[in-house]
Design a protein around this ligand. Sequence first.
Ligand SMILES: NC(=O)c1ccc[n+]([C@@H]2O[C@H](COP(=O)([O-])OP(=O)(O)OC[C@H]3O[C@@H](n4cnc5c(N)ncnc54)[C@H](O)[C@@H]3O)[C@@H](O)[C@H]2O)c1
Length: 378
Amino acid sequence: MAEQLRVGIIGGKRGGGHVAAIGNSRDRLVLAGVYDPVPAISADFVAHYPGTVEYRSFEEAVEKCDILVLASPQQYHAPQADYALRAGVHVLSEVPAAVSMEQVSLLLAAARQSKAKYMIAENYCYTRENLVIAEMARQKVFGDMYFGESEYLHEMKSWHHNPATGERTWRYYWQVGKNGITYPTHSLGPLLQWMDDRITAISCIGSGRWTKPEYEMEDTVTLSARTRKGALLRMRLDLVSNRPEVWNYYSLQGTKGAYESGRLFGDKPRLYLEGVSKHDTWQSFEDYAQEFLPARYATPPQGAGHWGSDAWPLLDFLDAIDRDVAPPLDIYKALEMTLPGIVSEESIARNGAWLAVSDPHTMTAGIGLNPGREAPLA
Ligand SMILES: NC(=O)c1ccc[n+]([C@@H]2O[C@H](COP(=O)([O-])OP(=O)(O)OC[C@H]3O[C@@H](n4cnc5c(N)ncnc54)[C@H](O)[C@@H]3O)[C@@H](O)[C@H]2O)c1
C-alpha cells in the first residue's frame, strides 16, 4: 500500500468542509492538522477531529504536510499557494484563485515552476446536477453550445463585521470593498467546464448602490462575456440586496437543446433536446441523470456539504497526484474562472468597457528572463 499523504487544513472554518473526502480515502490520506491564526478556531478544529494537531504558523504546516487545503480568506490564497508550491507541497485552493493581476502572476509562476500540483477546489463543478450536465455536454448532447447564464445571489451583509468586536471582516474589503465580480468562480466554473471554453473578453456593469451605499460594490453586478469559441455568457453577482439566496442557477443553450437548472431552492432542473423531447416541452432532468452521472461520482462521501459536492475536489486532486497527471481543475482552469472577475473591476470602473481577458496559457509569468534557455518548467 502506498504511504499516506498528510493533509493540512489552512483556515479552520471552511477548511472543515474538505474533511469528508478524507474519510473515503483513509488508505491514502490522513488529516494531519490545522493552521488558523485565531487559536480558538484551531482548538475547536482539533477537538472536533481527534488525532490532529494545531500548527503554530503557516510555515510549520508547509513543513509538516504533503497537501495543503487553503481555506483562508481569499486574499491569502495566491500568496500561500506560492509559498507552499515553492516548498514542493501540493495545493488545493479554495475559490477564487487570486484577487489581483499581481497575484495571478505570482501564482502562475509558482505553479509552473513547482513539481507539486495545484488545483482549485471549485466545488460547484461537482454538484450532481452540474456533473450530469458536464457529461452530457462532453458527449455533445446539446450540440454546439453558444449561450450560458449563471447567478450567485447571496445576501451577506451580516458577514461583513465581526459580531463580537464590530471590526470589519475580510469579506468587507475583498468581496464588497471592491466593485465588480469579486466572487466569480461558482458561476463561471461550471459554464466554462461544460463548454470546454475560456473567456476572451468581458463587459461589467452594475445597478448602482441602493441598499448599502457605503459599499464600493454595487448591489447587483452583471458580467457579459465572449468566449474563445464565440459563445456568449452572462453572469449576475449580488452579495448585498435584501432577498433570499440563489446560489446555483445555471442555464445552457446549444444547437441541439437547452438546460435550465432550478432557480429557487426546491425548483426542479429541466432540459429540452430537439428531436427527442416533445416539441416545445421541458423534460425532467432526472430522465437523464442516471445515464450521464459518471459512476465515480454516484455516491458522495458521507457528510459532504454543498449538496455532496465538497468532497470531490480533494478526491480528484488525490487521483491526479497518484496518477501524476494534471488535475481536472488545474492552474489554467483556475485562472480561466478567476481572471474575468479581476478584469471586471476595470471594466465596471470604465462604464462597462469591453476588455480582453488574457489566456493564462500564454501569459509569461514564470518563464524567466531567457525563455527556452532555462531549466525546463515542471
Ligand atoms: N467553495 C465554497 O463553497 C466556499 C464556501 C465558503 C467559503 N469559501 C471560501 O473559503 C475561504 C474561507 O471562507 P470562510 O467562510 O471559512 O471564511 P471565515 O471568515 O468564516 O473564516 C476564515 C478563517 O480563516 C482564518 N484565517 C485568517 N487569516 C488566515 C491566514 N492567513 N491563514 C489561515 N487562516 C486564516 C480566520 O481566522 C478564520 O477562521 C474564502 O476564500 C471563501 O471564499 C468557499
